[in-house]
Design a protein around this ligand. Structure first.
Ligand code: GLC
Length: 474
């Protein structure tokens, strides 16, 4: 769907050496902001440093909670169960948000160590969580909640010092007039009326403008690219560009590159330099609340995902799916708090780091790095599997670190140069069964010599999530 336009951006140059991308950057067709690299770096700085955010899928789909008659689904249930528009609209009365506590949601994000929150302001069912002058199919006018649900969350999130983003489904809207016409796969007569371009002009674009003007989001998180030609995408792009601090993702379509690319349910095998990356993932197997989805990822897996994604120079946007009355399921709370505890000790290895020095992950874990003001570098070893003999090899690194310590215990580690690389001598047993971090201090940049000759690491997993139950890809 991307237009073949010449690329207008150059890849950003990282301040410190990182592993080269496994494959070269593809020739990206691009519509991008007209700005200098330094301007872009400054605009994206907070985002690149954040590394961990909360995704919230909340809407009328939480009412059926996974099951409609004999059909199952999450936020796609209206489409998957082919629920007629009028019947789906009727469900909104039960979307009460009666126990919604935006401050508690924001506090949970902060306690989890998350630095930003992105909520579905309007998903593909077309239901807006905010009051809108352009469609009455919204939380204030059509739901049991009878109030705007975005404004108090934006305020609560910001009161904790976090950034706030809004997800908006611009090209798929199964309820508002003409919004289904992008893909044109209607299951109800009501969806056959209207026209896609009129929908974009009279609903999607004005609602996106409402979001920007009412809530001043830091991120506009588009979804999905279907049928978005360059002409259709242009006014949305112009809206973003008119707000200098607003950043947006790569899902607008029509050749618009976006400020960061998204990788859904999939952790790339290696870092890709140049563009900021965000990996968005479910905490069970669903985005929207499903009472029948108990396929919770373990806290260990989530922590390792965070470690893995940071080593790929990306952010982890981890999703929660609250119920129709506004409760965040306890298994989600428990897992987020466990990640937060880990980050309290090990956050230095995640926040404001850059990706691994190695092109491929190590079998024992991952690495991240951070340039220090005086020219030094901290290399963080995220040890997933603590070696039984206490020896960890960092192949093809020739400089010896000045010092080293285990973040969880404060124990000192020693390291020495060998012909194969640096050998780090770890004390005793792993202090943390999930990920133990060792910080090695070097006096300059850490270079991996002859990185191309390193064997491919077969222990690496590029796909830690189970995407099998996720909705159709777009
Ligand atoms: C896909 C799905 C959507 C979900 C999103 C999350 O685009 O269509 O249901 O919200 O991914 O990234």
């Amino acid at each position: 769907m991307l237009a073949a336009l010449p690329a207008l951006v150059a890849a950003a140059t990282p301040a410190i050496p990182m592993a080269p991308p496994a494959a070269g950057l593809p020739a990206l067709p691009a519509v991008v902001r007209n700005e200098a690299q330094e301007q872009q770096d400054a605009r994206l700085r907070w985002f690149r440093e954040a590394r961990f955010g909360m995704f919230i899928h909340w809407g009328v789909y939480a009412v059926p909670a996974g099951t409609w008659k004999d059909r199952h689904g999450g936020e796609w249930i209206m489409n998957q169960a082919k629920i007629p528009v009028a019947e789906y609209r009727a469900l909104a009365a039960q979307f009460t948000a009666a126990r919604y506590d935006p401050d508690a949601w924001a506090q949970l994000a902060a306690d989890a160590g998350m630095k930003y929150v992105v909520i579905t302001a309007k998903h593909h069912d077309g239901f807006a969580l905010f009051d809108s002058a352009y469609s009455d199919w919204n939380a204030v006018k059509a739901s049991g909640a009878k109030r705007d649900l975005i404004a108090p969350l934006a305020a609560a999130v910001r009161s904790k010092g976090l950034k706030f983003g809004t997800y908006y489904s611009q090209s798929q809207d199964w309820t508002n007039l003409g919004g289904s016409k992008g893909r044109d796969q209607p299951w109800d007569e009501a969806q056959k009326e209207g026209d896609f371009d009129t929908y974009l002009k009279c609903i999607a674009l004005p609602q996106a403008r409402e979001l920007v003007e009412k809530f001043h989001p830091d991120i506009l998180w588009w979804d999905t690219e279907y049928s978005m030609t360059p002409e259709r995408a242009r006014p949305f792009f112009d809206l973003v560009v008119a707000h200098s601090n607003l950043i947006h993702n790569s899902r607008l379509g029509g050749g618009v590159l976006g400020d960061f690319r998204t990788s859904e349910q999939r952790i790339p095998a290696s870092a890709m330099l140049g563009r900021a990356l965000e990996v968005n993932m479910t905490i069970n197997s669903s985005w929207g609340y499903r009472a029948d989805d108990l396929n919770w990822k373990s806290a260990q897996q989530l922590i390792r995902n965070l470690s893995d994604i940071a080593s790929k120079d990306g952010n982890y946007l981890l999703n929660i799916g609250p119920t129709a009355d506004g409760i965040i399921p306890q298994p989600e709370v428990d897992r987020l708090l466990a990640i937060g505890r880990w980050l309290k000790t090990n956050g230095d290895a995640i926040y404001a780091t850059r990706g691994s020095v190695y092109p491929q992950p190590r079998t024992w874990g991952r690495t991240t790095q951070k340039a220090r003001p005086a020219g030094g570098t901290t290399l963080f070893l995220h040890v997933w599997d603590w070696p039984a003999d206490g020896k960890l090899l960092l192949p093809n690194i020739t400089q010896a670190p000045r010092s080293g310590r285990v973040l969880a215990s404060g124990d000192t580690v020693t390291a020495g140069a060998t012909a194969a690389g640096i050998v780090v001598n770890l004390p005793g047993a792993a202090p943390d069964p999930d990920v133990s971090v060792v910080a090695l201090e070097f006096s300059g940049p850490v270079e991996v010599v002859n990185a191309a000759a390193l064997p491919t690491d077969t222990g690496a997993s590029g796909t830690l999530a189970d995407p099998s139950k996720s909705p159709p890809a777009h």
